[in-house]
Design a binder for this molecule. Sequence first.
Ligand SMILES: Cc1cc2nc3c(=O)[nH]c(=O)nc-3n(C[C@H](O)[C@H](O)[C@H](O)COP(=O)(O)OP(=O)(O)OC[C@H]3O[C@@H](n4cnc5c(N)ncnc54)[C@H](O)[C@@H]3O)c2cc1C
Length: 398
Amino acid sequence: MDINFTAEEAAFRDEVRAFLKDKLPEDISRKVKEHKRLGKEDTVRWQKILNEQGWLALHWPKEHGGTGWSPIQKHIFEEECAEAGAPTVLPFGVNMVAPVIIKFGTQEQKDYYLPRILKSEDWWCQGYSEPGAGSDLASLKTRAVREGDHYVVNGQKTWTTLGQHADMIFCLVRTDPDAKKQEGISFLLIDMNTPGITVRPLITLDGEHEVNEVFFDDVKVPVENLVGEENKGWTCAKYLLTFERTGIAGVGQSKAALAHLKQVAAQQISNGRPLIEDPHFRRRLADVEMELMSLEMTNLRTVAAAEAGGVPGAESSFLKIMGTELRQEITHLFRTAAGPYALPFLNEALHDDFDGNYVGPEFAASVSARYFNFRKLSIFGGSNEIQKNIISKMILGL
Ligand SMILES: Cc1cc2nc3c(=O)[nH]c(=O)nc-3n(C[C@H](O)[C@H](O)[C@H](O)COP(=O)(O)OP(=O)(O)OC[C@H]3O[C@@H](n4cnc5c(N)ncnc54)[C@H](O)[C@@H]3O)c2cc1C
């Protein structure tokens, strides 16, 4: 295994850097770097720019409009985007449902949905979890009954990220209640404007409206919106999750956050000297930096293995745990750096056009919101406890 970048890969990095310098809108990257609220229009604007360049669909094959990039190219691209302050691409369309449609969809589904996803014409959300089905996803109860040329769907999904903006939702539904748990599930594409769908906000600890409950009350879904075979949706569901966990380590984001934290700690004064010189804070910062370096090495090892044709296995569980814990720890250190100024919460200060007075230093305005928001990282994408179960079985053989 060789984790050094080749001359071609270094040239590719330069190309990505030049593109970001030229095309990433300054107002958007400023919002990302200053942790201001991003709107739907920011994400869509950036996705359209990426699509014009042919760089939106990282994981699709070339014939469908994907980049056809190698794992190393994708890694370089994601790292550069994080450093430049590019917003995260909405994963539900381009990175989740599209690969499922490409692998299991009909020709009509590919012809209709894939170009729309590339052009960001539909905002997608993910309808997997339910009040009684999260870690144990196969317990899901939302029911779809076939009646002629459509299914009638009844039930509830929850934690539906950004579902308030969505045009489409991909859902796991139970089509055979008598079969074994995993065998009676189907994968349906549902238009969010269909009568009988209600979206209700769930406000998270940071006061944001990011997730929702989605209720289905006799919702009619045409049978042509079934992906793959009826009752074989679990195969699609598992295939999609392999894409949900790509790039899960978040190394680029942590590196950018750590660089910012160091800047802040150099400016904040604690006991008459810059916080970065405080021995206790320095030690915690050094711990995070060392962990991040080892995470990056592990991440590069998986990327190099994927480049050589390997399939990431239980290592992605390891990356998920370490990556998310580090991102959470960095938000904790930001709060330490802000001290008492981490406490006041001025909701409007997170708006880009805020021209009022900050209670403390400007960076402190968003640190608590981010700290609370990032509790989600160890829950979604398969909770960290579930990842530990995977490691104990697959790596430790327990
Ligand atoms: C902010 C946010 C956004 C989300 N977005 C979406 C979305 O867009 N679409 C979607 O479908 N879902 C989404 N989810 C749901 C997410 O996938 C689930 O929350 C997650 O799978 C955990 O399920 P749960 O919340 O039902 O918790 P539970 O599964 O009930 O778990 C509760 C606790 O028990 C632990 N636990 C459960 N089983 C085990 C076990 N076998 N061994 C050890 N510990 C265990 C868990 O780790 C957790 O700590 C989102 C969640 C959050 C927080």
